[in-house]
Write a protein that binds this ligand. Sequence first.
Ligand code: NOJ
Length: 982
Amino acid sequence: MGVKGAFGRWSSYSLVLLCILGIYTTPAVSVKKENFKTCDQSGFCKRNRAYADTVTSTSGFKSPYTLEPASVKFDHGVLSGTVIKSLADGATVRLPLTVALFDSGVARVTLDEEKRKKGEIDLRHGSKARKERYNEAEKWAIVGGTKLSSGAAMKAVGKVATSVVYGPESKFEAIITHSPFAVEFRRDGETQIKFNDKAFMNFEHWRPKVEKPVVEKKEGEEAPPEDTTGEDESTWWDESFGGNTDSKPRGPEAVALDISFPGYEHVFGAAEHTGPLSLKETRGGDRKYSDPYRLYNSDVFEYEMDSPMTLYGSIPFVQAHKKDSTVGVLWLNAAETWIDVTKSTASANPLSLGIGAKTTTNTHWISESGLLDVFVFLGPKPQDVIGAYSELTGYTQLPQHFAIAYHQCRWNYVTDEDVMDVDRKFDKHRIPYDVIWLDIEYTHEKEYFTWDPMTFPDPLTMQKQLDGHERKLVYIIDPHIKNTDNYPVVDELKSKDLATHNKDDNIYEGWCWPGSSHWVDAFNPKAHDWWKTLFRYDKFKGTAKNSWLWNDMNEPSVFNGPETTMPKDNLHHGQWEHRDVHNLNGLTFVNATYNALLARDKEEEKHNVRPFVLTRSFYSGSQRMGAMWTGDNQAIWSHLEASIPMLLSLNIAGFPFAGADVGGFFGNPSKELLTRWYQAGAFYPFFRGHAHIDTRRREPYLAGEPYTGIITQALRLRYSLLPAWYTAFHEASTTGAPIIRPQYYVHPSDDKGFAIDDQFYVGSTGLLAKPVTVEGAESQELYLADKETYYDYFDFWAYEGPGKEKVAAPLNTIPLLMQGGHIIPRRDRPRRSSGLMKWDPFTLVVVIGHSGDAEGTLYLDDGESFDFQEGAYIHRKFAFSTAAGSLQSEDLTTAGTSTSKKVKAYLASMAQVHVEKVIIVGAPSAWQSKAKVQVSETASGSSSSATKDVPFEFVAKDGGKAAYAVVKNPGVAIGAGWKIQF
Ligand code: NOJ
């Protein structure tokens, strides 16, 4: 069946279903906001905002939480004790507290509830749910950095407060005030973070439901007055929204805390949202939102711009930044969470007329259930905070090399012929790409792990053609499994009892693409074991070694569920309510797929390759498994513009392998928009073009000139800079450093740049990009933070910082500057795919800075296996010095000289890969008359070096364009030690 037939079946079946549900029909203009709760419609959010209002408006309000001084103990880096909550009727609630101090300098404050912990509560409606507060988020999110500190010590225990010192050189201190319970974190004696300073802390303790007598209203009588003496219980026991009722068997159980950052004007993070990188105020203030930032992973397609509304993923981690100081917190709670952000400005001295005034940012965190569990990072540098956070939640996986090249996707390439045709057309037009993607239509009637026999009769031939040019296939597998007959996957899911259950503890049924479906419960380790079996080459026939995975709809998206997701009273493995684990759901599913792919290749093929998985839903820790993208955006300029702060926000949150659909998912972009989007996309860490099924085809070769040519240039730019990108990924995978970096990260002292989120640096390369995101632009203004020369990437025009510089940006230009002081590695030979560049020579671009020096690094490995963990990699540092007149390549490998066969074989295979060109930008005029330079190379394992002369060309300064020089074919190996003497 051809294109028409395949689409015909899709439209007749799924479209009818979706139209009935009002989902995914003809693109509407914007999100259906009414499908998602506001804080006012979310009982616990409303209650806690109201609590905060009561606290603020009650003079002399005293927080009812007290740490019992006699309960305080300190042992091996952990302080423990009991916090007592005093109730209005004189009763008390016991809340066990721990403050753990780690070697890494991170502190963790955890508060539980004794009664629930001991299971001494009654569940309503005969629920089979767990009674405890959910305490397994760490099992999924935390993978390291929790070695308890041996140096931490109790400094003082007084009646009023207890204090502990910890961290590097005991620079950090946590001061715990007993009554009311509050914690203050100091670095070098200065307060950085405060808990419960505003007394918003609220731990909704367990209580039985007291049935109030129903007073019948008799005819002719007035309605009885409402009982206004107690608390507002209207959302304690059950809650309805959009026709769904949540049975809430454990009653109210929210946890909330105010966390203040005194003196800090900016907070970043709390991804994923569409607003600016620097979070806005959500109550009061000038640029306020009216709702808190919400974290409740949801299928919010056609989402709105500049909004605190929830999106597909959650990273409950924020950093506060002020001049020369960054601190942060991770709120480890997987339930629905809201965060209010407010700012207050206090003058340092009442007579100073605002001089020295300091802004404090206050955040108010509110989660529906679970523990109060907060990790505290005291910096002082952005990298210290992100590094410690990444050590805890895991570093981003070093992806296979193809994964950082360009991906071509659409919903859908409809037949195997279609895929092969697109592949040939890319070649015909000499446009590079690495991966082609298959959306849900490749399946037989939305049954995952099957091919539609009519449209994909021969998937292996298709994958073979792709493999011929080192290209890959990514196909989609979602977590909903079609509920139908004669489908072994669903039969196994049911018979093995591996699906999520409903509140009555029976298999849960809902609707998604296939119609009636069940959901794999990836919280269950047995589900992971089973999932592994499905990806085996002999089980999912037609998949080849160059096929990888896309996990979508894993929030999970349930078309007929509350807020398009699962009911909160559904039950997962271990009888945890969905309410407790919702934001982790997507992570567990990608984790299962990642493990399945590892097993597929390692166990079956003895091939130790790094899996590639793309996920839509995520949580802290998902970065360990692969890439994410920002879901269903629109083909309009505002969505292109928003993609940059969105991706920056993920990059500083430990999840840098992030991208947005290039071209916009819904709607048809103008050719100008499509072109600009490719230019921006060439700077997304994850670079994929994607489009909705209703859109017109828009593969780059269809745009026509000049657009196709300009898009091809953008793609070639990405390909030529792949060595720099891969090096940045390597850095991210070992330190957590962002791949694209906002101003505050690179220039933490420059307060003028803290709120800038439309330009960014690429890794440590000094490349500063500001893609055009506005229609009709001819120029772009870049902000240069430092006293340094920045050179135009393409023509070496020199700009002097600090200050703003206007850069010409007609359609065929991407505003891209090189900051002086860096060395950028490239590969300039145009190829069809990145795999074909494996043996290509390198170009090094030396960008001389004000100091006269420049430095850069290059990381390289086989780009697919885990052999780098054994030492099969090249890691070089290039250092240029004008004073010494030399450029040197030094070894940065930490693995030492390995005798492993694999390592030797890899290094031997790279021995023939050379540097073919060195370009020195900003070359000293003294070099003008130079015709050659001296090159010496030290072969690996030898101390003597051979010296030769190689030709040298000098190009003098031309108006605003800097002088530059070129060393042609120095002939040195990329992995060797060498020196060029100028
Ligand atoms: C929703 C995803 O966000 C989109 O990218 C995909 O094309 C559709 N699901 C169909 O699978």
